[in-house]
Design a protein around this ligand. Structure first.
Ligand code: UDP
Ligand code: MG
Length: 313
């Protein structure tokens, strides 16, 4: 029987946990052809969440609880789940039931049909402020623009991943994590499902403007070194813009000549200085990429090795 891990980060969610338990048991009951493990990562909760999770685990051995030593943030909690899950496939789910477990049967169907990353795309978001919706919309578009790999728009962490994807994510140990971009980076066969994101079943969202901004900056800087290349482009613009100033200065006479020649020289020197910064930036970009220690590639199949063994390569 195939084992499915549900990875659920939990931070101060005591109000919603009984409902979550109910929904998880219902989903598992409807999918009796699969075995389930409910991996609940308590991300340093200060309320009664951990005690509640422990009571779930005492009632039903499918509930496993991992408590982090403090609040590390959702990305770290997801990583803890990725490191510890044992399933043939894993589904990431928010504890507040904004990601409806009712979509899991359809995700499993797509997985059985051969897709390795079945992600849920929001067609609407309920119970969220206009500011949050607008900033999320903008963030996904900027991310998609800057990224070298295609980013799925309006898609959070709610998705099913095949074991191959989980192993791939496990091999990415970088500190500055933006899971959304990592899902794209690892590749594999992807399938989109649409859903309406509900309001929280209970409790309050813990995201603040500061953490959203932090996530956005981390997401962009962990995804691309493109902003560093913009420095070189700026340098080129500065160097080029000095040419008409210098040319006009040479042709004119009087005080305008000195003004234009002076401006042209300042522009050129500024351009040179910016160019030097740009070169430094290029090397820093390379160091940044190297320090992540990502694998150069990920294989989808083992056929080449099997072929090798049979002397075909
Ligand atoms: N969460 C977490 N650590 C945190 C903040 C949130 O594990 O520091 C969990 C939270 O319990 C929930 C999920 O991440 O299961 C999404 O959090 P939230 O609902 O606050 O975010 P939103 O849905 O508003 O983006
Ligand atoms: Mg939420």
């Amino acid at each position: 029987m195939k084992l499915i891990s549900l990875i659920i980060p939990v931070h101060n969610e005591e109000a919603v946990l009984p409902l979550l338990q109910e929904q998880l048991l219902l989903t598992a009951g409807e999918l009796s052809q699969y075995q389930f493990e409910f991996l609940l990562i308590d991300d340093g909760s200060q309320d009664k969440s951990y005690q509640l999770l422990q009571s779930f685990a005492a009632q039903d051995s499918r509930f496993c609880v991992l408590r982090l030593s403090r609040n590390f943030g959702k990305e770290a909690a997801l990583m803890a789940g990725i490191d510890t899950c044992r399933g043939d496939a894993a589904v990431f789910l928010d504890a507040d039931l904004q990601d409806p477990p009712q979509l899991i049967p359809r995700m499993l169907e797509c997985w059985e049909a051969g897709y390795q990353d079945v992600y849920a795309r929001r067609i609407s978001r309920q119970g969220e402020s206009i500011f949050k919706r607008a900033s999320a919309w903008l963030y996904y578009r900027i991310l998609a623009r800057l990224s070298e790999v295609s980013i799925q728009p309006d898609t959070g962490d709610f998705r099913l991943l095949d074991r191959r994807c989980i192993l791939a994510l496990r091999s990415l140990r970088e500190q500055n994590r933006c899971t959304k971009s990592l899902f794209s980076w690892i590749g594999f066969r992807k399938k989109e499902l649409l859903f309406h994101r509900q309001a929280r079943a209970a409790g309050k969202s813990q995201w603040k403007l500061g953490s959203l901004l932090n996530l956005a900056v981390r997401g962009i800087t962990s995804l691309t070194t493109a902003p560093l290349r913009w420095i070189v482009i700026l340098a080129l613009v500065l160097c080029l813009s000095c040419t008409p100033l210098l040319a006009a200065g040479i042709l004119l006479c009087g005080p305008a000549r000195f003004l234009l020649l002076g401006l042209g020289c300042v522009c050129f020197l500024l351009g040179l200085q910016t160019f030097a910064l740009g070169i430094l930036g290029e090397y820093i970009g390379q160091i940044f990429t190297e320090t992540k220690g990502r694998p150069v590639y990920l294989a989808d199949t083992n056929e080449a090795r099997e072929g090798c063994r049979h002397g075909q390569y």
